[in-house]
Design a protein around this ligand. Structure first.
Ligand SMILES: NC(=O)c1ccc[n+]([C@@H]2O[C@H](COP(=O)([O-])OP(=O)(O)OC[C@H]3O[C@@H](n4cnc5c(N)ncnc54)[C@H](O)[C@@H]3O)[C@@H](O)[C@H]2O)c1
Ligand SMILES: [Zn+2]
Length: 471
């Protein structure tokens, strides 16, 4: 996923160049616009068309597309509207790219296309005929359909967000090999049957991990490793919350030195956070997530309908990460209806993780509020303060230190100061951040977006932390 081209196909005027450029910005990829590269070589496409005819143009176009797709640095490549009429191009797309169909309605395409000198947009009737003729071609080559830049980013990350997706796992899990379905007893009881039915003949085994963090233990992993009967063409399917996806992802990273896996996240935390970005881990008695691997799923299948059975306290856990994401994106994503909220938050995290798959840079922004949160969780002995509560509090501290208003976060997440030992929390915070020269380095929000590694005087940090603690 992190080293494949993303090719944008679709009718002329669908907006491929603009959105490809935006997607390249968001994912940190290179950007290639085949039409404009071609114009650099052969001059205006309209003129070339008129002088040499369409077949000659298709031939040079095919060469340009091939060249773009054979480049090694993964890029977002915008193809001309007719490029997919070439069988050689279609074959290359299947081999070398995640192909995304940018689907736009006829009117939009016509308005945009006729304003330019496009040779095939001179006659409305002909334009309509071509629009209808090309659609099945796009549908056929596409791995995903996109309407906006967020859809493109999700496709680049292999994330498929669709209500009802749980009923189509057999087709959506890549490949045609056997699958093993891993879940927790609770989620298995609610959604397990739907998943089993839709995996159909591809389902070879089912497993249950213990509930909650118990899933992320060596004992649970040991059992899962020993029960697995897949060969290397098999795929592990993780249906559940972040504990199930973290543990199953780690099993997939390690079993037979690594097999493909597909999370089907069922909690809000997992849909907007845990199942996106390729981090997998289990816990040690010494701390959380201390053993793990980067192992990007072959696809992540997000069905927002699964959230309808999520208990409200679990939903609140997820909302803390949603608010964090909205603050980072500088948009009130928490106000969106579920399907859109999940799609936008997942796309935001996917973009950050594609830019920084191994957590060496930008990804640190996802820790907004988390240094405080971890300190509170540690001071509570990981008992009594949930991660979501702690993050809600941590976000208010980060906002205060950023000179921002905390009204909105208080309104949505209603964080309540927790009863923990102040000195313990402070000690944990310093351990986590190794205060250097009386300063701690935190993620804060600036006017132009998140700022990483901001040095904050220790006494300011301590004051912000103290405000989160009751009594
Ligand atoms: N890998 C990452 O990048 C990453 C990111 C964030 C969090 N995480 C990890 O995720 C874990 C927390 O995830 P979580 O909050 O989803 O916990 P979880 O997996 O324990 O799920 C929470 C509870 O919700 C239940 N549940 C899940 N989906 C449900 C549904 N659709 N209907 C009814 N009940 C449902 C589960 O059975 C469980 O009881 C932590 O271990 C954390 O470290 C990992
Ligand atoms: Zn978190």
């Amino acid at each position: 996923m992190t080293d494949t081209h993303v090719a944008l196909v679709g009718f002329m005027g669908a907006g491929k160049s603009t959105l490809a450029w935006q997607a390249a910005q968001q994912t940190g990829r290179g950007y290639v616009d085949v039409d404009s590269d071609l114009e650099g070589l052969i001059g205006p496409i309209g003129t070339y068309f008129d002088e040499h005819g369409e077949p000659a143009f298709r031939a040079v176009e095919e060469v340009a597309v091939t060249e773009a797709l054979l480049r090694s640095a993964p890029s977002i490549v915008a193809l001309g509207g007719g490029a997919v009429t070439s069988a050689a191009t279609r074959e290359l797309l299947a081999e070398r790219a995640i192909t995304v169909w940018l689907d736009a309605d006829l009117e939009t395409c016509w308005e945009r296309a006729r304003a330019t000198d496009r040779p095939l947009a001179r006659d409305r009737a002909e334009f309509e005929r071509l629009y209808a003729e090309r659609r099945p071609l796009y549908a056929d080559v596409a791995d995903a359909v996109a309407r906006d830049v967020h859809d493109i980013v999700l496709a680049a990350a292999g994330v498929h967000v669709k209500r009802g997706a749980i009923h189509h796992l057999g087709e959506l899990v890549p490949g045609d090999g056997a699958t093993a379905l891993v879940s927790d007893p609770h989620v298995a009881g609610i959604h397990g049957m739907d998943a089993q039915l839709s995996l159909g003949a591809r389902l070879a085994q089912t497993h249950e991990l213990p509930l909650g963090e118990e899933a992320k233990t060596l004992a649970a992993l040991d059992r899962l490793w020993q029960e697995l009967r897949l060969d290397r063409r098999g795929t592990l399917v993780a249906l559940g919350g972040g504990c199930t996806t973290d543990a199953t992802g780690f099993a997939a990273a390690t079993y037979l030195r690594g097999i493909p896996w597909t999370p089907v996240p069922s909690s809000l935390v997992a849909q907007v956070d845990a199942a996106i970005g390729g981090k997998t881990a289990i816990d040690l008695p010494q701390g959380k997530n201390l053993v793990g691997a980067f192992h990007w799923p072959v696809r992540t299948i997000v069905d927002p309908a699964l959230l309808e059975t999520l208990p409200s306290e679990q939903r609140r856990e997820g909302m803390a990460e949603v608010v964090k994401t909205g603050l980072l994106a500088n948009e009130p994503l928490w106000e969106l209806p579920d399907d859109e909220l999940v799609r936008r938050c997942a796309a935001f995290k996917a973009a950050v993780c594609l830019r920084d798959p191994h957590d060496r840079g930008d990804r640190a922004m996802l820790n907004l509020g988390h240094t405080f949160a971890h300190a509170l969780e540690a001071a509570a002995g990981y008992d009594g303060v949930s991660h979501g509560q702690a993050v809600a509090l941590g976000l208010t501290a980060a906002l205060r230190l950023s000179g921002r208003d905390i009204g909105q976060v208080e309104e949505i997440l209603a964080p309540k100061p927790v009863r923990v030992d102040r000195d313990k929390a402070w000690a944990a915070m310093q351990r986590d951040k190794k205060a250097v020269g009386g300063e701690l380095r935190l993620v804060l929000l600036g006017d132009a977006g998140p700022r990483l590694d901001v040095a904050v005087p220790a006494e300011d940090v301590r004051r912000a932390l103290d405000a989160l603690i009751a009594g």
